[in-house]
Design a protein around this ligand. Sequence first.
Ligand SMILES: C[S@@+](CC[C@H](N)C(=O)[O-])C[C@H]1O[C@@H](n2cnc3c(N)ncnc32)[C@H](O)[C@@H]1O
Length: 351
Amino acid sequence: MAAPFTRLAYQTLQQGKSLMGLAHKEVSLRLMGALAPEGAPSTVAVPPEMLQAMQASFQRLLDVDWEEAEQGIYPPSLLFDAPWLEWASRYPLVWLDLPATWNRRKQRRVDDLPTTVNRSDYPSYYLQNFHHQTDGYLSDYSASLYDLQVELLFNGTADPMRRRILKPLVWGLRAFADRPASQLRVLDVATGTGRTLRQIRAALPQARLVGLDLSDAYLRQANRWLSQLPNELPQLVQGNGEAMPFADASMQGVSCVFLMHELPAEARQNVLNDCWRVLEPGGVLVLADSVQLADSPQFRPAMENFRRMFHEPYYRDYIGDDIDARLTVAGFKAVRAESHLMTRIWTASKS
Ligand SMILES: C[S@@+](CC[C@H](N)C(=O)[O-])C[C@H]1O[C@@H](n2cnc3c(N)ncnc32)[C@H](O)[C@@H]1O
């Protein structure tokens, strides 16, 4: 293990991010209660047992994150990778944006999008202010705040949870071990600002990576983040995950992180069907999304509060959905799943 990267430093960093996220949410909730009480969500009580279970899951997540770095799935430096200076400079904007968020929440306005958006370019389920965020997914401003907002929402565990796709992805690609690594194509569906692609790049330094998203603003942000990596030439494609502009059987690996819960059921199935179509036989799909009621009943209050606090119109349907069955309907075999804190990871292969 490289000398500067100690387990203690990693644990301390994550504890610090966790405290920061908790403090941010506590202060912003109190502010909303004081300044915009009409918009304040009514949340359900969180039992102490759930907090204990979460704390234990949080610690397990950090342990796995560290161990998989030690196993060489990805370099330990990835554990510390974040655009710290950019986040620090954008943090004040997160606060300045809050009143607009409260207003939308108070007025139950969920389609407050830039007037320049050509609505016919997008499916109707997409034309909303997910999480009440300003401009939905449809502006550079929204894209510039997204990563930091997710980091705060998940108390600094967004990347550790995203990284759980790496081991099944790397292992799944062993089906193509007879090919040069540089000939393997891996597609990240709904790549957003490219945080997942950045993790994948660290684990698969030679693979050809492609990111797809409906938002060109988020892809521009992804282009900025990814272009900071030496020798990276990001291939980012604007498109709908339900009908992707890629040939049948053109990818050996597909990932999709935090998309399923933002889709209505039919679109969820369409995306899984299209992931199957673009994969070559033998290829692997790794999905990551929120845990669900069936696998994590102990976190039911957290799931309920998430839905009440943020505009997540399809979340209630998603947490009761049977993703294993959907993967099977799409044609996938060997479906398996495991949970890491608030994220469930499904791995499936196309035979
Ligand atoms: C919650 S974000 C997740 C982004 C990223 N995967 C991550 O881990 O941060 C959801 C992303 O899905 C994209 N999206 C939503 N519906 C989509 C669709 N039908 N096709 C492609 N992208 C979609 C949004 O633009 C957004 O970037």
